[in-house]
Design a protein around this ligand. Sequence first.
Ligand code: FAD
Length: 467
Amino acid sequence: KAADIECKLVVLGSGPGGYSAAFRAADLGVDTVLVERYATIGGVCLNVGCIPSKALLHAAAVIDEAEAIGAHGISFGKPKIDIDKLREFKTKVVGQLTGGLAGMAKQRKVRIVQGTGSFVSANEMEVETADGKKLIRFENAIIAAGSQAVRLPMFPWDDERVMDSTGALELKDVPKKLLVVGGGIIGLEMATVYAGLGSEVTVVEFMDQLIPGADADLVKPLAKRIGGKLKGIHLKTKVVSAKATKKGIEVGYEGDSIPDTTVFDRVLVAVGRSPNGNKIGADKAGVAVTERGFINVDTQLRTNVPHIFAIGDIVGQPMLAHKATHEAHVAAEVVAGGKSHFDARVIPSVAYTNPEVSWVGVTEREAKEKGLKVGVGKFPWAASGRAIGIDRTEGFTKLIFDEETHRIVGAGIVGVNAGELISELALAIEMGAEAADIALTVHPHPTLGESVGMAAEVYEGTITDLY
Ligand code: FAD
């Protein structure tokens, strides 16, 4: 059959992985087609992930701050919330970014085909478009089809009061009682948003800690502060049944800390994301997909089929946008004939909760499990002039060093702007910085960032009188 479109490269999926790959490839002179089933490009991150959640978290943080300053003599009263306006703001933010991407695609002459794509052979993809099926013949493909929220089967998903993160970000209303199932990053970010807007939020998490990927000490100040804003946080507890009733979604629990509320106006299920590897006809192209739907790749992001690459959430953890974009650049450069490899030492993680939690590299728990000899320098923000000045002393900065080389191998921060502060430490790890490099770097005063230098001094033993 004659192809409708011929190209050197087809990119399947237009999230941070897909659009970054398409743009880099086009910039390198590769004739590129980008396939996306939705009307806007940007994927989960821009449309229903990173960006809208941060716009709403900003609103929640302002409400929180306005409330907190009441203790220092400035009162604004109870916030009046116009949910339609707030939703409009969020939609505008998303639109600005996705619209910008569409312009960037056009500028680069990346052809966008809107429809659901599926491989039919190792060099052909069929796209189900509004005008029927289109056959694309390609020399190379980059799979960037991402992931989607796991839907626990015990919930009545046909009832609109049961939501995944996409539903929660729609912000249809401010439910009086909201249950958040899952105390990971996404669950807690949305809990922060809805609690800020006035919902009574209950969180259940079946592990023994919120944000199970982070060190327990980092999560403690967060649990303490948001604990005061939520109806309850219930660890080692899970939802085992759920049914739709007139009064709300009624759930049953099992575990150590059973909440006293069982009927909720809305339920957000945020228990993880599963990759879309099994939904793209990968087998027709000969691309191996794991049982869970991941696609294994080498350091050039090549699948087992050498001219087909995969990037982003679909190739594994951590499922983060900045990992996807870096992998995208490597894959695109290799398609263009380059010799790039993905060899990031570390990929930082951030929970944009209030306070934020961020970490990078080896955690203390990992060091223990792997028997690594590490030492820790911890600087409590109670000793930071800046943190005291903004009345947010609950945070701390923790650096983890190899005991033999004194090189930094990991870091964790909890506190206001922890997400902004972690980049310096990602750079320090990439550059192989030693404790002395960090301690001797002059940090501006008074900033929260100073705590990074101070934590290195604590490790070096030049600050000794903190505790
Ligand atoms: P995706 O963004 O998932 O994009 C895949 C695209 O492929 C989608 O547009 C999809 O429609 C399309 N597609 C799939 N199959 C087909 C097909 N067969 N045909 C055509 N198109 C197809 N990460 C961060 O780093 N920071 C954050 O703050 C953050 N916040 C998040 C908040 C939420 C609520 C969620 C859900 C996620 C968040 N993430 C965050 C994760 C981040 O969104 C993902 O890691 C990132 O989007 C992955 O990019 P990707 O390119 O791999 O895939």
